[in-house]
Ligand binder design. Structure first.
Ligand code: AMP
Ligand code: GLY
Length: 425
């Protein structure tokens, strides 16, 4: 098969790496890709959100199967376009991707399906939003309704913080049109987990659960980012809890989307908070997580292509995902300034290794400089991943490899895969 992976981050480098191992993959392309995917596949210079150009290119280049990484092309209808052209696609339709593209819509679906989540209000004007936040004593979470690259969420401790967040989103429009509406949520507490499942419109196959570290600084301090590191498995999600999430969160969501005539196919990501009252959904994503996918794929020894294809074609019934019992940890190295404005163009040294066999470095915001060297070109620059017999060993291996990689202003957390929040250590 000729397979196209859409996207250019660490998640897509990991997907390309995994897909290239499949005997079904004759030729793999990545659009736009990065210097990491270029070593394994052929990069195609089309932006991930240029759905017209992608659909056209796929049709003209005899692509059999497209795997979509990021949310933007899904929300813009890339999966619909490819399906209309008769090309198999792993990724949600625009209608199904609204689960991620609009937090207010996701809340509506959760309410209709009886899925446990924080109580909330949706607002498009400052006055009522502020009144709602005041009534909760300011202990709320303010979320831009639309897509904001993981940065549209502000966890507030008092009314002043809530007001500042509401003003910046609704009035100053720091996230543009994504902030023309806000969701103001009850602030929950507990450890977090990411459960991602392959979905065929009806059935789900959960992947090994992971935990992401969203805050920029050690100890989960500082602003939210797209994710600074992740590990799998997570001690907070045992098999019983995973089964519970499948039964009480994933399946009801999939059923509700099908009932609405907009079945969900692709990767459904539930961001969960494990509260004293049980798991509650913080967000849905209509795609694989980044960086969760990097350590998760390290734990899937089998061929991923038949599973992705089965989800795309609407029948996962024969798919069984085997999981490596070892632990995997992925540590993100980000550019100076991230998650704000970043500096780019700094030479990245040591990313090519050599690394020990259980280490994989997945490139993200990078490009080739004029002299052929890899230079930074975005916020999250790469993810250093490692497998180990347990999480401590995996983390130690990842950090040992990370020490080989250098660029000016590199930011990374030193506590990824160490005791997580709520683990008491
Ligand atoms: P989201 O993008 O909606 O997952 O939110 C990003 C991060 O904000 C989450 O990973 C949590 O750490 C935090 N968060 C989101 N919603 C809530 C909530 N209702 N209560 C407490 N923290 C939250
Ligand atoms: N790591 C969080 C996300 O992919 O949304």
């Amino acid at each position: 098969m000729r397979i196209l992976v859409v996207g250019g981050g660490g998640r897509e480098h990991a997907l390309v790496w995994k897909i290239c191992q499949s005997p079904l993959a004759e030729k793999v392309f990545c659009a736009p890709g990065n210097p990491g995917t270029a070593r394994l596949a052929e990069n195609v210079a089309i932006a991930a959100d240029d759905v017209d150009a992608l659909a056209h290119w796929a049709a003209g280049n005899r692509i059999d199967f497209v795997v979509v990484g990021p949310e933007a092309p899904l929300v813009l209808g890339l999966a619909d376009r490819l399906a209309a052209a008769g090309i198999a696609v792993f990724g949600a339709s625009a209608a199904a991707a609204r689960l991620e593209g609009s937090k207010a819509f996701a809340k509506e679906v959760m309410e209709a399906a009886g899925i446990p989540t924080a109580s909330h209000g949706s607002f498009d004007a400052l006055g009522p939003a502020l009144a709602h936040a005041r009534a909760s004593g300011g202990r709320v979470v303010v979320k831009a309704d639309g897509l904001a690259a993981g940065k549209g969420v502000v966890v507030c401790g008092d009314v002043a913080e809530a007001e500042a967040a509401l003003r910046s989103i609704l009035v100053d429009r720091v996230h543009g049109a994504a902030g023309s509406r806000v969701v103001v949520e009850e602030r929950l507490s507990g450890p977090e987990a990411s459960v991602i499942a392959l979905v065929d419109g009806e059935r789900v196959r959960v992947l090994p659960p992971a935990q992401d570290h969203k805050r920029i600084f050690d100890g989960d301090r500082g602003p939210n980012t797209g994710g600074m590191g992740a590990f799998s498995p997570t001690p907070t999600v045992n098999d019983a809890l995973l089964a519970d999430v499948e039964r009480r969160v994933l399946l009801p969501t999939v059923r509700e989307m099908a009932r609405r005539g907009t079945p969900f196919r692709g990767a459904l990501y539930a961001g969960l908070m494990l509260t004293a009252e049980g798991p509650k959904v913080l967000e849905f994503n209509a795609r694989f997580g980044d960086p969760e996918t990097q350590p998760i794929l390290l734990r899937i020894p089998g061929d991923i292509v038949p599973a992705l294809l089965a989800a795309a074609k609407g029948d996962l019934s024969a798919v069984n995902i085997e999981v490596d019992p070892r632990a995997a940890v992925g540590v993100v190295m980000a550019a100076e300034g991230y998650p704000g404005r970043v500096t780019v163009g700094d030479a990245v040294d040591g990313a090519k290794g050599p690394f020990p066999p259980d280490v994989q470095v997945f490139l993200a915001g990078t490009r080739r400089g004029p002299d052929g060297r890899i230079v930074t070109s975005g916020g999250r620059v790469l993810t250093v991943c490692a497998l180990g017999s347990d999480r401590a060993q995996a983390a130690a291996r990842a950090y040992q490899a990370l020490a080989q990689v250098q660029f000016r202003g590199a930011q990374f957390r030193r506590d990824i895969g160490r005791a997580g929040p709520g683990e008491g250590a």
